[in-house]
Every structure is written in structure tokens, then in C-alpha cells.
Design a protein around this ligand. Structure first.
Ligand SMILES: [Zn+2]
Length: 285
């Protein structure tokens, strides 16, 4: 005879119901395995409250977290990718763009906007991995260049959050050309003595690293972000050497002088304001 018996009927619940009930409530941290309330995560800017793991975030949230009161005017929304090469890989590039627009809800792999940060006039862009891997095509290059040109016209600062797999293969040379175009615009910005703050987020790779992301007057990075040009496997095969541990992460790059400061996302806005106070109004503050 069992010591205990169940008088009440068993609660009937299938797996499907259970998933529905917990979906959108918890997120598991991939770094420390903690189960986190989504509401807590939202309050901590999508940073794990236990181990400070930085979850990837989208372009719109990035800009909201930067600008005063989360307010900005979106710029160049109509600038989107064309398909000048009529490129087809496993599927036509045109279809790929349409699909990316639908799934990401974004017009391109970067959102740019104008607004105030700590009272300073700022033109900011944020890249988004959910749009064809945050790749830099002609439209991304054009949007960044216009951002810089606007900053020069009205004496504003430029802040760009990078998150990219690199150049957009489907646009070939036209995509690579953006590296030179943006770099040239940044050189002009420099001559006008206006600051460019580059923020590297996970991951910043390829043509973006090889151009504007590393041209900041100040280069900030989020903790443990993957930052590099080529992937570790390609480099190991090329130089035939084992790479050191933590290679291509923010902290390693800071130690080797490629990054100026590793900044927790929750301190990012404050840090950028302090830098703008210093660089935009040297005689006042
Ligand atoms: Zn964690």
C-alpha cells in the first residue's frame, strides 16, 4: 500500500500549453544559465542581471537608449538597397531583401537618426544583425555618409553602433566601395574638428571593422563583443599558428590598444555624454 495517494485529479496539461504559458516571461542566459525574467532584462537594457552577459539588441532600441528621453528623428528611411548586379545565389538578392524587410521590420541594416544626447546635437546610426547579418551594402554606406555630411553642416557629433558580418556579398564591388566612401567623409569630419564616437558591439567584423568602425576619435566596445576582420579559423590557417585565448574579444583588443574603453551597456549613454561634454563644448564645461 502506498504511503501517500493522490486524491485530487491530476492537472492535465500538455507540453504545448506549458510553452505558451512561459513564453515571453523568461529568458535563459547563455553565459551563466540563469533564468531571467524578461521584465528584469528589459529594465537592465538586455544585460544579464547575474553575470552581465550582453544580449544582442536591435537598432531601434540602441538609438532609444542613446538619445535624451529616447527621442530621435529617423533619417533617410527611403534609402534602401537596389539590385544593380541582379545577383542570384541560392535565391535572388531582390527576394532576400524583401524577406529581410519582413522578418526584421527594418528598411535596411542600419537605422539613422538625429536628436540630442546630453543636450548635444548628435547624428547617430545603429546597425542591426537581423537584416542580412548587418551587412554593409550601398544603402548602408549612403545612410552613414549622409549622417556624417549632416553633422558637418550643422556642427553635430556622429555616433555609430556597429553590428555587422561585413560587406554585403550580393552587391560586390559596390559594397566594398562604401568603405572608402565613408572613410573619406570621416576624414572631412575630422578636418571640421567634429567628433566621431564608434561603438563596437557583438559582432563587428569584416569590412565594417576594416573601415569606419576603427576610425573613431574614440572607440568604445561592449564587453566580450566579437571584433575582428576575418574569422579565427581563416587566420589560423593563414599564419599557421594557434591563436591566444580570448583573441578578437573586446577585452583583448583593449589590452592591445585597438579599443579605448570597454563599456557596460548600462553605462554607455553616460559615458558618451561625458565624452561629448569634453569634445563638443571645451570652453563651457
Ligand atoms: Zn548570465
Amino acid at each position: 500500500m502506498p504511503w501517500f495517494s493522490r486524491n485530487k485529479p491530476k492537472i492535465e496539461q500538455n507540453d504545448e500549453q506549458r510553452i505558451v504559458q512561459t513564453e515571453g516571461v523568461f529568458t535563459k542566459c547563455p553565459e551563466c544559465d540563469s533564468t531571467l525574467y524578461n521584465r528584469d532584462l528589459e529594465n537592465s537594457m538586455q544585460v544579464c542581471t547575474k553575470c552581465a552577459y550582453h544580449f544582442r539588441i536591435g537598432a531601434n532600441l540602441r538609438l532609444e537608449l542613446l538619445f535624451d528621453n529616447g527621442k530621435f528623428e529617423e533619417l533617410d528611411q527611403e534609402v534602401t538597397s537596389a539590385d544593380p548586379l541582379e545577383f542570384v545565389d541560392s535565391k535572388p538578392y531582390k527576394d532576400r531583401i524583401e524577406q529581410a524587410k519582413k522578418s526584421s521590420g527594418l528598411p535596411e541594416a542600419i537605422i539613422s537618426g538625429k536628436g540630442e544626447v546630453g543636450g548635444h546635437r548628435v547624428y547617430a546610426g545603429a546597425m542591426d544583425m537581423s537584416f542580412i547579418g548587418g551587412s554593409m551594402g550601398s544603402a548602408v554606406g549612403e545612410k552613414i555618409t549622409r549622417l556624417i555630411e549632416r553633422a558637418m553642416k550643422t556642427r553635430g557629433a556622429v555616433v555609430i553602433f556597429s553590428a555587422s558580418g561585413g560587406a554585403r556579398m550580393q552587391e560586390g564591388t559596390l559594397s566594398l566601395m562604401q568603405m572608402a566612401k565613408i572613410s573619406a567623409a570621416l576624414a572631412q569630419l575630422h578636418e571640421k574638428q567634429l567628433p566621431f564616437i564608434s561603438v563596437l558591439t557583438d559582432p563587428t567584423t569584416g569590412g565594417v571593422t576594416a573601415s569606419f568602425a576603427m576610425l573613431g576619435d574614440v572607440i568604445l566596445a561592449e564587453p566580450k563583443a566579437l571584433i575582428g576582420f576575418a574569422g579565427p579559423r581563416v587566420i589560423e590557417q593563414t599564419i599557421r599558428q594557434k591563436l591566444p585565448k580570448g583573441f578578437q574579444r573586446s577585452e583583448f583588443l583593449l589590452e592591445h590598444g585597438m579599443v579605448d574603453k570597454v563599456v557596460d551597456r548600462r553605462e554607455m549613454r553616460k559615458t558618451i555624454i561625458r565624452m561629448l561634454d569634453f569634445m563638443m563644448n571645451p570652453e563651457i564645461k
